[in-house]
Design a protein around this ligand. Structure first.
Ligand SMILES: NC(=O)c1ccc[n+]([C@@H]2O[C@H](COP(=O)([O-])OP(=O)(O)OC[C@H]3O[C@@H](n4cnc5c(N)ncnc54)[C@H](OP(=O)(O)O)[C@@H]3O)[C@@H](O)[C@H]2O)c1
Length: 341
């Protein structure tokens, strides 16, 4: 991304947000304002011990809720770029509190879209999830709705119009509540709970997620969903990499959980382009348009259309992490190694 000067990150105190803010501060010394927008003062206080406004004078910690559009309008004054990471993301909590999830993930997204348009923000990237593709649970369904809102906002006939885009990826290595920290914790008990022996996931590191967001901020034309090309891993290989001596107890998958992660469905194939490191799902043409978006977006991104029966799932990937490869990723991201544990 070329020299951003003013950026706001919703959910800036979260797993993604903190790493993203750290990356921006390190890479872009000419930032004049970097706003961390979230609700909980304690998380902001703790983050400000790591990244203090005294050390980084561009930093602003702003308490606010994406459900509150007026607060978003305040915080967005003078902001050029927005990264939307605020969300309720725990699958079972969303199922138990469905309308709370709707209010944050869907109504919050719409508030942000409207506030960005009103404040003349130039570029907005929203974080989505693999669970929005072929959604089986409420969390994925709310993220799918949010994706659709951001994509549709790209068609809004307003001027100037922000360039909205979406990035979609799966479980981040080491994210709170994810399988790797869970297994590392459980190995002390000598037994690892395995949901399903065939389960596979895509592997993305926090830095790869950040790089994808920066790529989308720089390159989006408007309305795209960017999907990174990633290796897959088998859950049994994760167990082997972390705790080769532990027993396995099959506990069954939770309602709404999938055996394989799905990132691009065959129904998206006709509107998907393949780039060197990413796939791009191109937005639908507005009903009044006479030209194909695929041609325009292929020219802009330099990509080519995928096969008409294409799907991108962790189970049918061609790129796999070995047990040793998984150990290396854990060492790099979590500083976890069998030797040091
Ligand atoms: N972690 C993953 O593996 C993963 C994978 C794919 C996609 N994603 C997506 O990536 C994004 C970031 O995930 P993450 O792992 O960083 O989540 P996280 O660690 O749970 O952080 C969520 C952030 O959002 C804030 N937040 C929650 N509700 C809010 C609201 N109503 N208004 C303002 N801020 C709010 C939280 O702070 P407060 O609670 O203080 O408000 C926190 O800063 C989410 O959109 C998620 O769906 C995550």
């Amino acid at each position: 991304m070329r020299n951003p000067t003013t950026v706001l990150v919703t959910g800036g105190t979260g797993s993604f947000g903190q790493e993203f803010v750290g990356t921006l501060l390190a890479r872009y010394p000419h930032l004049t304002r970097l706003v961390v927008f979230s609700r909980d003062e304690q998380k902001q206080y703790e983050m400000s011990q790591l990244f203090s406004p005294t050390q980084y004078p561009c930093l602003r910690y702003v308490i606010g809720d994406v459900r509150d559009k007026d607060r978003l309008l305040d915080a967005l004054q003078g902001i050029e770029m927005v990264v939307h990471a605020a969300a309720m993301k725990h699958v079972h909590i969303a199922e138990y509190n469905p309308f709370e999830c709707v209010k944050t993930n869907i109504l919050g997204a719409q508030n942000l879209i409207e506030a960005c348009i009103e404040r003349g923000v130039q570029r907005v990237v929203a974080l989505s999830t693999d669970k929005a593709a072929n959604a089986t649970g409420l969390y994925g369904a709310t993220k799918l709705c949010a994706d659709k809102l951001f994509i549709s906002a790209s068609l809004a006939e307003v001027s100037p119009k922000p360039i909205f885009s979406v990035v979609r990826y799966g479980n981040v290595v080491g994210a709170r509540g994810s399988v790797i920290p869970f297994f590392i914790e459980k190995r002390k008990e000598g037994v690892l709970p395995i949901t399903h022996p065939d389960m596979t996931r895509f592997s993305i590191t926090p830095q790869q997620g950040i790089d994808l967001v920066l790529f989308a901020l720089e390159r989006a034309l408007g309305g795209e969903i960017f999907v990174p090309k990633l290796p897959s891993y088998r859950i049994l290989d994760v167990a082997q990499a972390i705790a080769p001596d532990c027993e396995h107890r099959i506990v069954g998958i939770r309602q709404g959980e999938k055996i394989h992660e799905e990132m691009i469905m065959p129904t998206d194939a006709l509107s998907t382009l393949e780039l060197e490191k990413h796939y791009v799902i191109v937005p639908p043409e507005p009903y009044y348009s006479t030209t194909s978006n695929m041609t325009r977006y292929a020219e802009h991104h330099g990509g080519k259309p995928v096969a008409t029966d294409f799907a991108y799932t962790s189970g049918e990937n061609t790129d796999w992490l070995s047990i040793e490869g998984l150990r290396q990723v854990m060492q790099e991201v979590l500083k976890f190694s069998l030797a040091s544990s």
